[in-house]
Ligand binder design. Structure first.
Ligand SMILES: Nc1ncnc2c1ncn2[C@@H]1O[C@H](COP(=O)(O)OP(=O)(O)OP(=O)(O)O)[C@@H](O)[C@H]1O
Length: 595
């Protein structure tokens, strides 16, 4: 009886799937259903169906929008897509007209009830009963008259976790489509998100947004918090991350996710937070093709980085926060010969001074109180044969710098509590938003470490220096599941006039918020809400960002640069500065200049 034909499932899942179908068959026998019985052909009609449709108005409205986007696929793959209420009544349907006729013969149409106890084992009934996505194919249907069908259904839940119904895709069994189960799950998740967004307008809303690059097609996990930061609603995707019993608990953030706030028009009422995984663990890494933009200064850096990827030299990535340093680091790793080996990102500013050695080099069993009994591999060991990204290197303490320098010089690590050193083979990429030359001058960064890390230096342009902001905005909107983003001239102008102190990360969050406020219609200028008021025009904002140095500061800077450029040759430096050698000497004394 159970000829399971779900070819995409692993053997473990096949067994589980068979169990699900088998339990449904058992229930059908208990209901007293007979396989050869004529199908239950009752349809809910008249006032009764009218009331059911009215009750589910919001659900139908959102579903028609979602099915509308999939209509081409639905028809082309000869399917019907159905929305079902929690009692198993079909309340909305679109699809291939020819199959719809055949389906209507077994009441796969609005007004029919496909609860398991009425129609025997079928995807709708099982999804509602078991509250799981399920495919029921051909002879897996309990009633023989339904054997010509192949159906995939996913349950739909309300923001508070109640079952609202299901989404179903059906076709003739010979038109079996491996994608239909994923599609029904995606449509159900999308519907849940719509409901949550709608209900949460007046709430403190939090949006968790997973990695665009690894989760592009996955549904957005959404949460609502009350004013005490407790989770009051969560969709299924969020519960998958937070655990099933997350509702009612305080939300304290999730490790490995990045938080952004979204405000409403008045900057109050509700807040949304997009949370994005920053470090990839299992999924795919960024590659150069993920670096969007056609601005010549960016293209040049991309080419340089690509060349660097083919070597094993250290790379130093410089640029303001949010300009894509991590994206570049991952792309370099992905294009390198080490791409099949680990990529480990270390945020140097986040490691407490006392834990630097154990974090970076690991520790042996029982090395110190509180240490893991089994000992622990450090970041360097974890990155062995691969690439390590030392992010925010400019914020590393001098103590940590000394430890790092030793590793770079000796290419070995010695775990805390161990007498033995281990050789390591690692490609180093360092990144910082700080001016390391200044840090060296101020005595906060070791020059010898700087030269070890520098290798190939790549400075990324800030967003306000780029000529492709609008193109980038369109790219980011597309990556947020808007297949056809449109920005009016006024909206584009507003984007161009802003100074973008938070660079692409800020652009991304402004666009998420704007798309949210626009509710599916084109983004208008008033939907763009900036975090700071750097809105006075890019040039002015830039000028305002750079405070005018005093004459003395400018002189010191000019002298230092001339001395550096000439290798401290006073005659040449004086010539560069167009002053006499004695004057230069006097000024060096006066300003106490040393490098
Ligand atoms: N050229 C680009 N195309 C598409 N997305 C980009 C681009 N540059 C940056 N991003 C996106 O902008 C965000 C910030 O990038 P990233 O984390 O790499 O910046 P960063 O310079 O490392 O920032 P920080 O110094 O604060 O860590 C990420 O979501 C990244 O995917």
């Amino acid at each position: 009886m159970l000829c399971v034909e779900v070819l995409t499932l692993s053997s473990l899942e096949i067994r589980k799937h068979s169990e699900v179908v088998a339990s449904s068959w058992k229930r059908c026998q208990q209901y007293g259903l007979k396989q050869m019985d004529p199908v239950d052909d009752q349809l809910v009609t008249g006032k009764q169906i009218h009331e059911i449709l009215k009750e589910n108005e919001a659900l139908i409205k959102h579903t028609s929008h979602i099915f509308g986007k999939m209509e081409h696929f639905i028809k082309q793959s000869r399917q019907v897509a159905l929305l079902i209420d929690a009692q198993g009544n079909i309340i909305y349907s679109v699809g291939d007209p020819e199959f719809s006729k055949r389906a209507a013969a077994v009441q796969l149409q609005v007004g029919a009830n496909w609860a398991e106890n009425r129609k025997g084992t079928n995807a709708i009934g099982v999804a509602i009963n078991e509250r799981i996505p399920v495919r029921v194919h051909a002879e897996e249907h309990y009633c023989q008259l339904n054997h010509f069908l192949t159906c995939a259904s996913s349950p739909v839940f309300s923001p508070t976790g109640e079952l609202l119904g299901a989404i179903n895709f059906s076709s003739k069994q010979e038109n079996y489509n491996a994608l239909s189960l994923s599609l029904s799950t995606m449509a159900a998740d999308s519907l849940q998100n719509q409901l949550l967004i709608e209900e949460s307008r007046k709430e403190h809303l939090i949006t968790l947004k997973e990695l665009e690059y690894s989760m592009k097609n996955n549904p957005l996990p959404l949460l609502s918090l009350d004013h005490e930061n407790r989770i009051i609603r969560a969709n299924q995707a969020a519960l998958r991350i937070l655990g099933k019993d997350a509702i009612g608990h305080e939300f304290s953030g999730i490790e490995g996710f990045f938080i952004e706030e979204i405000h409403d028009h008045q900057q109050k009422v509700w807040r949304s937070i997009a949370i994005q995984k920053k470090v990839i663990s299992v999924n795919r890494m960024y590659t150069f093709s993920d670096i969007a933009g056609s601005c010549p200064s960016l293209i040049q850096k991309k080419e340089l980085a690509y060349k660097a990827a083919l070597t094993d030299f250290p790379v130093l990535l410089l640029g303001e926060s949010g300009t894509g340093k991590e994206l570049f680091a991952q792309s370099i790793h992905s294009a390198s010969l080490r791409s099949n080996q680990p990529f480990i990102a270390v945020n140097c500013s986040a490691i407490p001074d006392s834990l630097v050695e154990s974090e970076l080099f690991g520790y042996e069993r029982g090395a110190f109180t509180g240490a893991n009994r089994e000992g622990n591999a450090g970041k360097f060991e974890a990155a062995h044969k691969g690439t390590i990204l030392l992010d925010e290197i400019g914020d590393m303490s001098l103590r940590a710098q000394a430890a790092l320098l030793r590793v770079l010089q000796e290419r070995t690590i010695t775990p805390v509590g161990s007498a033995k050193s281990k050789p390591i083979d690692i490609r180093i990429i360092a990144a910082t938003h700080k001016n390391l030359q200044n840090e060296i001058k101020e005595g906060r960064f070791r020059a010898d470490l700087y030269y070890r890390l520098k290798g190939i230096q790549i400075t990324l342009p800030s967003l306000r220096e780029r000529s492709d902001i609008v193109e980038l905005a369109i790219h980011l909107l597309r990556s947020h599941n808007d297949p056809n983003p449109h920005l009016s001239k006024e909206t584009a102008n507003k984007l161009l006039q802003y100074a973008w102190p938070g660079n692409i990360r800020e652009l991304n969050s402004v666009l998420i918020q704007a798309a949210f406020l626009a509710e599916g219609s084109p983004i208008r200028p008033e939907h763009l809400q900036f975090e700071t008021d750097c809105q006075t025009g890019r040039r002015e904002a830039q000028a305002a960002d750079d405070p005018v140095p005093s004459l003395k500061e400018a002189e010191i800077e000019a002298i230092k640069r001339a001395l550096q450029a000439t290798g401290w040759n006073l005659s040449k430096a004086a010539a560069l500065l167009e002053i006499g050698r004695t004057t230069l000497y006097r000024k060096i004394e006066e300003y106490d200049i040393t490098i």
